[in-house]
Write a protein that binds this ligand. Structure first.
Ligand code: 3PG
Length: 217
């Protein structure tokens, strides 16, 4: 199931960063840990600057996207800063359209069957399921995946090393996203070794999760 994001990794780290100068080091730690993408949220004032720093300083194979994109202006600003994909907490058709106009993948958030149906009508093949833990986790993904057999769900919110394998074992889950391997506190104290270790652990868990995808569903 192609969600327009890196096929090499079913893991999307969600980065909330307070100092843009740390962003390339975070990306480098993720790469050492085996993860080649990151969603840098626009939740902090330096989000765009951090995206720009990673887009210009880190190897071209690393995909940096923008998270917490709440309107079309932020979508434009993110793309201008070098974002290769955008993620929203909710479903806004204007953002979906703008991301398409700018030629990049978009992963909007959904929480209900009605929103999944709307996303489907917009031609989307994957959505962020947010906030996954508060919405019932895997059991709710299963329930939503039953009627929407052609939709991929990327759980986000409360994903950890303890549950990512269960999520990824579900055929409707092409990827998971979350902040557990790049916790804001880890970045703030510049513990890049820990970010690398947590990334490596996540990659190993993801690699061992039984995967049945696409036509195999
Ligand atoms: C978010 O957008 O905040 C993500 O869902 C990450 O959630 P987490 O911090 O619980 O991993």
């Amino acid at each position: 199931m192609n969600i327009g994001l890196p096929e090499t990794s079913p893991l999307i780290p969600v980065v909330v960063i307070d100092d843009a100068a740390d962003a390339p080091a975070v990306a480098a730690a993720l790469i050492r840990g085996g993860i080649h993408c990151a969603e840098i949220t626009l939740r902090t004032a330096v989000g765009l600057e951090a995206i720009r720093a990673v887009a210009t300083e880190i190897e071209p194979g690393f995909l940096v996207g923008a998270g917490t994109v709440l309107d079309v202006d932020q979508c434009d600003a993110a793309v201008d800063a070098g974002a290769s994909f955008v993620v929203s907490p909710g479903l806004d058709p204007a953002i979906v359209e703008r991301a398409r106009d700018r030629g990049i993948p978009v992963l909007p958030g959904v929480a209900t069957a009605t929103e999944v149906q709307h996303a489907r009508r917009l031609g989307l093949h994957a959505v962020k399921f947010f906030p996954a833990d508060r919405l019932g986790g895997l059991a709710t993904v299963e329930a939503l995946a039953a009627p929407f057999a052609d939709m991929g769900f990327v759980p986000s919110g409360g994903v950890t090393a303890a549950n990512l394998g269960d999520y990824l074992a579900h055929p409707a889950v092409p990827a998971v996203s979350g902040s557990w391997m790049v916790a804001r506190s880890l970045i703030a104290r510049r513990d890049f070794d820990r970010i690398e270790a947590l990334s490596r652990e996540a990659v190993a868990i993801a690699a061992s999760a039984p995967r049945v995808r696409g036509d195999g569903r």
